[in-house]
Design a protein around this ligand. Structure first.
Ligand SMILES: NC(=O)c1ccc[n+]([C@@H]2O[C@H](COP(=O)([O-])OP(=O)(O)OC[C@H]3O[C@@H](n4cnc5c(N)ncnc54)[C@H](OP(=O)(O)O)[C@@H]3O)[C@@H](O)[C@H]2O)c1
Length: 315
């Protein structure tokens, strides 16, 4: 594992972060709880020291599984916990909830679920539409002053929204989608880097597509994240992504069959403006595989080949 300083916070984080959206159990494949807990254990054993979750990941279920696993391992003080507010999962739907009372109550619920008395990284999950930035971020600052959360971040915000938020709260980092298939947020990541903020890039595996495990187009249930959230599981993105997998296959073959997931992680982590890359898995073996990406680096020629493919295929 490799580690980086997490921007102005001074925290030292692993360059890979385990995300727990799938572990929550809604919108992804179903697996036994023990399997999911083992994925968390394996990530920690590989040197991952930062874990991302949210109340919206199946109404607190992901937080509860993460909290229970870390408590059983007795490693709370050795890890950095990242969770979110302002978004929830109610009756099978994602809802915004940025009002002050909700943010305060949501934080207390997260502390209970995570079995801890402080949250290291506390993130506004999405820009709000039911409260002003002043109200939502003001509530988050109250939590920081009360010592319930240590550092505040923004997820899925534009630069203009980041600048507005900075009027009401100390923002130390951002979390945005970042992978070979999704590079629109490079603008915000470069802005963050220039202002000393850390960046968390989620979906580094393109929701699993960049591992090469999906080679046939199929449909998913309405609320499945491969239908609802990661657009390259549908046309026109699907065909473009399949062409990219062909290029990744060639790089893999030239490197003795290295897994495509490692190529995807490597490509992202070779960017200076990415502090830590978030991957999600419910499986021990896949967590270990993804962490092996840090045992080697892509050559400049490999990166150029991939970047050229992204342009050529219109990704
Ligand atoms: N802030 C936000 O708005 C936001 C949005 C999305 C995600 N996130 C965070 O970012 C984390 C990561 O993103 P993500 O989980 O959505 O997407 P991801 O990491 O790009 O992809 C997850 C998918 O990849 C599969 N996978 C992982 N490693 C694999 C491997 N080596 N071989 C084959 N398949 C593999 C997983 O399957 P299995 O689980 O079956 O192994 C899962 O289906 C989330 O868990 C969450 O914490 C944040």
């Amino acid at each position: 594992m490799r580690y980086k300083v997490f921007g102005k916070t001074g925290l030292e984080v692993s360059e890979l972060c385990l995300g727990t959206w799938g572990i929550g159990g809604a919108g992804w494949d179903q697996n036994p709880e023990e399997t999911k807990m083992d994925a968390i254990r394996a990530s920690f054993e590989q040197g991952v020291n930062i874990f991302d979750t949210a109340p919206a990941y199946n109404a607190g279920a992901a937080e509860r599984i993460l909290g229970e696993t870390l408590e059983k391992m007795g490693v709370r003080k050795d890890v950095i916990l990242s969770t979110k507010c302002g978004n929830d999962f109610v009756n099978g739907q994602y809802v915004h909830c940025g009002k002050r009372d909700h943010i305060l109550a949501q934080c207390d619920a997260s502390l209970r679920n995570l079995r801890t008395d402080y949250i290291d990284l506390y993130i506004l999950h999405w820009p709000q539409d039911d409260a002003t930035p002043e109200e939502t971020l003001g509530a988050m600052m109250e939590l920081k002053k009360a010592g319930k959360v240590r550092f505040l971040g923004l997820s899925n915000h534009s630069v203009a929204q980041m600048e507005e938020a900075a009027k009401y709260a100390d923002i130390d980092f951002i979390q945005v989608q970042y992978s070979m298939l999704e590079r629109e947020r490079e603008v915000e990541m470069k802005y963050a880097e220039a202002h000393g903020m850390a960046t968390m890039g989620y979906g580094v595996l393109g929701g699993g597509l960049l591992t090469g495990r999906y080679r046939e187009l199929r449909t998913y249930e309405t609320m499945d994240s491969r239908n609802r959230f990661y657009k390259f599981f549908r046309e026109p993105g699907w065909s473009k992504a399949q062409k990219l997998l062909g290029v990744m296959d060639e790089i893999s073959a030239a490197r003795g069959g290295v897994p495509l997931s490692e190529i995807a992680v490597n490509w992202a982590l070779q960017k200076s403006f990415l502090t830590t890359a978030l991957f999600g898995t419910q499986h021990r073996a896949r967590a270990i595989e993804n962490c092996h990406a840090l045992d080697w680096t892509l050559s400049d020629a490999d990166i150029a080949t991939l970047d050229q493919a992204l342009v050529e295929f219109g990704i």
